[in-house]
Every structure is written in C-alpha cells, then in structure tokens.
Design a binder for this molecule. Structure first.
Ligand code: PMP
Length: 361
C-alpha cells in the first residue's frame, strides 16, 4: 500500500483514492487504445467522449437546464477575473461586485484595470472579511452581480445566495463548487478552477447561460471569447486533456459512488461541524470567521500565540496531517475540507487537536 497522509491542502487538494487508482489502472492503455490518456489526440472519439461526459455530469449534478453550457478553459479562475468583464460588461454599463476577501478583491480590480465601471455594493472589509454581508442592494440596471461563493483564505461562505431578479449573478465558486446543493437560477455564469473540488489543476470550468453569449464582443481575441469555447465544444485549440479527464472521473465518483450533491453536502456538513465543535468547545482554538458565515470548506482558526501555532503545525505535520498552515496573508491555521477529504481524516484531525489541547492547554 502506498503511504497516504491526511491531506488538508487548500488546493491543489486531496482527491479520492478511488479516482487516483482509476487513473493509475488505465494510465498506460486508455480503454484498449494502446495509448495513455495523455498521448491521445484531443480530436479522437475517445477524448470527445471524455469531454462530453464531463460536461453532462456537471450539468446533471448541478441540475442545470439546457440553456446552460459547460466550457473548459485554461488560465485558472484568475483569468476569469478579466474574462468576465471583457465579455459581459460593455464599456457603457456598470456591474456590481461584493467584496468578501482577497479573491473577490482581485476580481473587481481586474474589471477596474480594464477601465470598466463597477460598484462595490457590499463589503466585509470593515471587519477583516470575517463575514458575508447581509444587505446587497443591486442596481437593477447592472450588467451583472459578481460574488465569491466561498472565501478560501478567510473561511467564510455564502449560506444563501442573493437573487437579484433580472440581473444575472456571476459567482467564483472555485473553492466550493459541487460541495452542496444550490439553486442555479440566479446565475448567469459560474466559474471554478478545478484543483479543489473538480479534479487536477490546469482546467477551469465555466458554466454560462447561453443568452449571455450574445454579449461577447466580436473584436476580442478569439481565445478570450466565451463564444469560441461554446461553438467548438471547448475544442477550438488543444484543451488540457488530462485535467479534463480528472474532472470527468471526479464527477463520475460524485454521481455514482457518493450519490450526488445532497449526499456530498451532508457529509461536508458533518465534517465541518466536527471541527467547529472543537473550536467552540474551549478558548484554546479560536475560529476566525463569524459563526453565521462559516465555511464548510475552509475552517480557519488561531491558537493563543504564533509560537504555539508553529508548535501545533510542526507536531501536526509529524503525525501525518498536511496543509494546515493558514494562507500567508493572514497566517494562523486552516483545514480545507474539500470533497476528496474523507470524514475519517477529519475525525483523526479532531482527535489530534483534542490531544494537543490536553498537552498544551
Ligand atoms: N478564487 C478563489 C475563491 C480561489 O480560492 C482561488 C485559488 N485558491 C482563485 C480564485 C485563484 O484560482 P487560480 O489559481 O485557479 O487562478
């Protein structure tokens, strides 16, 4: 048996062993082709089946109607910060953004850098992004409303999404897509880098409502137009074949082994509750996000001093727990509990934390 540790990395992150074993088993000879998935033509029938199956599973899992299309792009979620406004925000209009932390800030800064007019309609910057703002007064004439569904660094997550009637919502769901059930109706576009809940790094999934494709300016560089990917089944140029394949396998695992988003959501909730209970039990660990905004995906916490945090992280690492260091911009600790992290890993972490508290509390 290969050595596997408890992986709480923020992304790239843990994938289910079943998925990794599947990749391993067919890596040298993909479905009798005599070639590896990384050696096949992206124009082959075999790869076409992979990309189509990945897209259909995403649509089924999210319960998307046919007016949504799933696209596979490169450039990470970071490129979407710019692609969203250049495709969907005409120079004469304005868009509304909610600022809930680092990634949301980067998204709105990219729109500004492109000379677009945006309004920050709500922000949690006043309390160091430790909560999700409640009142979001959207301009009915806005081209869209942009939110970040889960704030990977600060450990906050929208519990219910705003529904700005008539204004399409756009969400960066990089760190919580496929983690729970939600109603897709308010969304005109959803994007997510694959490397947390969807598969391997290298592909970005964009889900777009087809009517928004009509906004794409004709004079944009071809590779920056959403319509290029929509028209070509994301095969205008060579896509990141291996990464798309990992998305297909993750979605197959989620549908066939987990049984869909309701089951995944229930497990994710159990995982997070276990950990938040430890944080709330005594004053030894302190959760950094306000309770009603807590993320089920990234649990952020502090200990009483930075030196104790260092001891905690060193000891955790010695006992086989990886990825618990908080983001370098905020420090502290963070456990990322994405779909690929099993309940057993969280149970092990919770016992480790209790034991550490007994020793150092
Ligand atoms: N948005 C969120 C919410 C993220 O967590 C991240 C990465 N951690 C990004 C965007 C940036 O993603 P990428 O590295 O794929 O550009």
């Amino acid at each position: 048996m290969p050595r596997r540790i408890y992986n709480f990395n923020p992304g790239p992150a843990a994938l289910p062993p079943r998925v990794l074993e599947h990749i391993q088993a067919e890596f040298l000879d993909y479905k009798g082709s005599g070639m590896s998935i990384v050696e096949l033509s992206h124009r082959s029938k075999l790869f076409e089946e992979v990309i189509n199956d990945a897209a259909s599973r995403i649509k089924r899992l999210l319960g998307l109607r046919d007016d949504y299309q799933v696209l596979f792009l490169q450039g990470g979620a970071s490129l979407q910060f710019a692609m969203v406004p250049i495709n969907l925000l005409p120079a004469k209009r304005s868009a509304d953004y909610v600022n809930t932390g680092t990634w949301a800030t980067l998204a709105l800064e990219q729109a500004r850098r492109l000379g677009r007019t945006i309004r920050v309609v709500a922000s949690s910057e006043d309390r160091e992004f430790t909560y999700i703002p409640r009142d979001v007064a959207v301009d009915p004439a806005a081209a869209y409303l942009h939110i970040t569904s889960n704030n990977t660094i600060r450990g906050t997550q929208w519990q219910t999404f705003p529904n700005p009637l008539g204004v399409p919502a756009i969400a960066d769901m990089s760190s919580d897509i496929m983690s729970r059930v939600f109603a897709p109706e308010p969304f005109g576009l959803i994007y997510a880098g694959a490397q947390k809940n969807l598969g391997a790094a290298g592909v970005t999934v964009v889900i777009i409502r087809r009517d928004l494709l009509e906004r794409v300016p004709e004079d944009l560089p071809t590779m920056l137009q959403y319509s290029t990917y929509a028209k070509s089944n994301s095969l205008y140029n060579t896509p990141p074949c291996f990464a798309v394949y990992t998305v297909q396998l993750m979605m197959k695992w989620l549908e066939e082994e987990i049984g869909g988003l309701a089951n995944m959501g229930a497990t994710n909730r159990r995982k997070a509750i276990l950990l938040y209970e430890v944080l709330d039990r005594s004053g030894f660990y302190r959760g950094t996000a306000e309770k009603e905004s807590r993320s089920l995906m990234n649990v952020t916490f502090r200990l009483s001093s930075e030196s104790l945090e260092e001891i905690f992280l060193t000891e955790a690492s010695r006992q086989g727990f990886a990825g618990l260091r908080g983001h370098r911009s905020v420090r502290g600790c963070r456990a990322s509990l994405y779909n690929g992290v099993p309940l057993a890993a969280v149970e092990a972490l919770v016992s480790f934390m209790a034991e550490f508290e007994r020793k150092h509390g």
